[in-house]
Design a protein around this ligand. Sequence first.
Ligand code: NAD
Ligand code: UGA
Length: 441
Amino acid sequence: MKVTVIGSGYVGLVTGACLSDMGNDVVCLDVDARKIGLLQDGKIPIYEPGLQEVVRRNVEAGRLHFTTDVPAAVQHGTLQFIGVGTPPDEDGSADLQYVIAAARSIGRHMTDYKVVIDKSTVPVGTAAKVKAAVAEELAARGQSVDFAVVSNPEFLKEGAAVEDFMRPDRVVVGADDERAVLLMRALYAPFTRNRDRLLVMDLASAEFTKYAANAMLATRISFMNELALLAERVGADIELVRRGIGSDPRIGTQFLYAGAGYGGSCFPKDVKALVRAAQDNGITLQVLTAVEEANERQKKVLVDKVVRRFGEDLTGRQFALWGLAFKPDTDDMREAPSRVIVEELIRRGADVAAFDPVAMHEARRSFGDLPGLRFVADQAAALQGSDALLIVTEWRQFKSPDFEQIKATLRQPVIIDGRNLYDPGLMASLGIEYVGIGRGA
Ligand code: NAD
Ligand code: UGA
């Protein structure tokens, strides 16, 4: 099938690459000429495991193209995915300007039947706005061309994006047009063939499902983070509690990890947008409002632990920080808890020596020139001259470090671990003072 993907960021690029891998003829469009230039040169603008290989083989096979040429891109695909950003507006609601601009581009240049597919995360009612925008542009040209609008939210996780897209738990398709549903079924058949996981529903329910999923996952995390605070006080270990409850299939094992707070480009903004959408409808989402507040508090928990150990005034102290990205296997710094932690430590007078295996470049861009923050070449270098080691992101290479070296290099053998990577018993036996999240036992 001929497919156009508008917006070649995390979602657009992965969607385009994976669809081309199944034999579709895909054009990825972006307004960012730098991004398209890199892609045309065979370079991937983001860090995403496995993506480079999928892109390379499909570009070589002539099935995957990158362009900034809007008319040509729109004319190419019968299926037009919109995968542009939907950042939060000042009031927390999703800013739809990029989605509507993409819809207008389609209306301005289409000459035959199109299925316009909202893949971006968008609030209920957006499909109708997209439909109106396309129709308006067609009318302005005096054209009458048939088209359908479909909602097809994306559930991939960064760091596992290719795997998630290739083997989806489900594919949600919201539509009110039979022909469009048939095309979507055919497009996704190779991804869902052995497992009937394509769920067709009305547009509003599909749009709502995406927010409901992210809100539910964020709720689990905030809930566990709050339980962790209490576990510390009452002498329980949240890691044992997590296993104790996760083994109940009604609860399940995933997304129960207490940590340094959730970040990324989606949970924070989608929770805000859903709370806002509810307000606009006269409803206060009390649980979700608390989820967000708990997360704001959680992002400061590591600093609270530093203050408890080293005092309010951190002048003259230096802290080693391992992990800057909002999660492992990505270079994405959007809403990363490390931002709050670094800024708070520096505000209290400390210096920070930070290392991330992949996100150093993005981190430099995101922090700018922040006095007191130094980026170091490797994880060992961060330890030199530091009073304690703080672990913020659970990269694999941090899981079994050289503990003797850590102990010998730090000014004081203190590890404050925001991801509960180590065994407290082992740390005690090594003579390392170890503070985790929710580990009161
Ligand atoms: P992103 O910022 O990485 O990419 C968006 C791209 O769209 C940018 O490259 C931008 O230049 C381009 N763009 C903006 N306006 C355009 C236009 N009019 N025409 C062509 N290109 C245009 O964003 P992302 O992380 O891929 O997220 C996109 C959407 O998908 C959001 O709604 C997000 O909530 C949702 N989503 C993201 C993820 C994720 O893991 N990142 C997962 C699921 C859903
Ligand atoms: C999340 C969802 O998992 C995806 O299904 C969804 O498509 C995506 O948002 C989106 O809409 O963009 P992502 O943000 O890439 O994916 O990463 P997650 O693995 O969900 O992690 C989000 C944050 O939660 C990270 O900061 C992570 O450290 C934190 N987290 C996750 C925890 O603190 N505990 C956990 O148990 C799981």
